[in-house]
Design a protein around this ligand. Sequence first.
Ligand code: GLA
Length: 347
Amino acid sequence: MPTHVTAFGPGRVNLIGEHTDYNQGLALPFAIGEGVTVKAAATVGRRIETNAVDLGRSDRFELDRPRRVKGWRAFVHGAVAELVRAGVPVPAARLEISGTVPRGSGLSSSAALEVALTLALIALSGATGPDRTELAKLCSRIENEWVGAQTGLLDQLACLYGEVGHALRIDFRSLEVSPVALELDGHQLVMLDSGEHHSNAASGYNQRRAECARACELLGIPSLREATLEMARQLPEPLNRRVRHVVSDNARVDQAVEALRRRDFKQLGRLLDAAHASLRDDYEISTPAVDAAVQRLKHGGALGARIIGGGFGGHVLGLLPPDARAPGGALGVRPAAGARVLPDQVR
Ligand code: GLA
């Protein structure tokens, strides 16, 4: 059994397909180079001691007694509890968390943290642990049951399956993950901060999820993957617009895969713009600050731009043509490798 391990979980950018994951739909995310690193050292006894380096905070608890706590601590207590429940022999440990992905920015710092924590604890335990899809589900239970955000599997699957140079077409009904080459011929994907921070647990995220469940109930279908635009028209406000967004965004995912295959970047840009309009007007998860960031990118020559992630703040994504200069403060992003235990660090 190793005495020290280091695990890394990347953040993610979602090219298209938003709020589709918990509706058994489609999305096209990729893992990025920024993420969360967890260093774990085995200790004696039964205690988990954690130091959140960037926050200057620490926490300790008996690993048989994880508690209902708030904020970043909930991820650690939840990770230990869910791993133990899954049969992983979690050992006593000292954990050190640090990150390069901004928190509350729509780049999935939460999944990066869940995945890095669980990978580090599994490696330290010497157990094999669940496969990547099962681990994604376990991590999403940490978020659903311990952090309080009813999020889907998008972020965890993107974090765990990320591949250099590829986006991932994820079908959330079958949980099939198919890499799609992201060759942009000199075009650039950039993220621009709206300046507004969000928390999925505190935002309207859970309400959107409940609205989709209600729409399914009224339509008598198991998930919105089975919905059509015709069905959406039969629903009362605002459920009709929520369903219209989900149905149209699923279609845009496959249109984006096709645009990438044909290297039709103008079409890809149009799809990003259409997705933003749908998230703003039908799904209603944008804000004035987010719309302003989208406009900044568009005025800077972006072929398309949109809000990403849970919404209500965070970063926006833009597709810039080869000759355009990214606006000040924009962060270039490209598909990077998925989560991993850093091999040279296992001792
Ligand atoms: C957040 C959630 C994901 C997904 C997106 C919206 O990132 O964690 O599960 O629902 O919002 O697409």
